[in-house]
Design a protein around this ligand. Structure first.
Ligand code: DC
Length: 229
């Protein structure tokens, strides 16, 4: 089968496991991996640091100025992809529950989405890219050759997030994490611009009852059938 470079768009709910399998596929096939959630998180962190947002409020008139002062990039540190905010490694700071929440709020603003989507489209110009997020198959790359929509039950996702946060030294309760998953699902699927929704031509991967190996096998086979690699 002839090989061709494609764009892989992976969308799905928070804690659906999409980043883990997207990263693994990118490493195996030599594609660039872009975690767009990390971009929204880094932008939210910048807004929090500058005092223009917190978990309750956003000072919207100040956001365009912050966009102009924000450069988000990625670097490989000890073999893992880290997110940089104006050159500073913010990888661990952006992974907290609080910044995830702020990212979910700030990402509802059309002006923020426009800036992020533009940057993401530039990254994909040469193809050979795997991007994960909420609107990749619908808005960023509507003509991506491969689209996957990843999901799992709320309870399973809350449990995964709970374990992840505990491993990082946070002390969440299961109730708080489940409430956060529900809140975030609601906001991610109900915003006016770029809401999370399945693209008509996306392959649905519900991993409620799949382990990581099983789900990766499905993803890998689907990729091979489209790229020949
Ligand atoms: O995937 P994540 O949990 O790291 O994403 C954090 C937030 O960023 C998520 O709640 C919604 C937002 N996001 C978005 O609006 N669009 C994307 N393409 C990726 C993330």
């Amino acid at each position: 089968m002839e090989q061709k470079k494609i764009i892989v768009a992976i969308d799905g709910h928070s804690s659906s496991g999409k980043s883990t399998m997207a990263k693994r596929l990118a490493a195996e096939v030599g594609y660039v991996y872009v975690d767009t959630g990390a971009m929204y998180r880094a932008f939210a962190l910048h807004c929090v640091r500058l005092g223009v947002m917190d978990e309750q409020n956003i000072e919207e008139p100040k956001i365009p100025e912050v966009i102009g002062k924000t450069a988000i990039s990625f670097a490989i540190v000890d073999g893992r992809q880290h997110t940089l905010l104006n050159g500073e490694d913010v990888e661990s700071e952006i992974r907290t529950l609080r910044i995830g929440n702020c990212a979910s709020r700030i990402s509802a603003l059309p002006i923020v989405r426009e800036a992020m989507v533009n940057a993401q489209q530039k990254m994909g110009m040469e193809k050979g890219i795997i991007m994960d997020g909420r609107d990749i198959g619908t808005v960023v790359f509507p003509s991506a050759e491969m689209k996957v929509y990843v999901t799992a039950s709320e309870e399973v996702r809350a449990e995964r997030r709970f374990l992840e946060l505990k491993a990082k030294g946070e002390q969440p309760t299961m109730e708080a994490v489940l409430a956060d998953v529900r809140d975030r699902d609601y906001r991610d699927t109900h915003r006016a611009v770029g809401p999370l929704k399945k693209a008509d031509d996306a392959f649905v991967l519900d991993n409620t009852y799949l382990n990581q190996e099983e789900q990766y096998t499905l993803l890998r086979l689907y990729f091979k059938s489209l790229s020949g690699l």
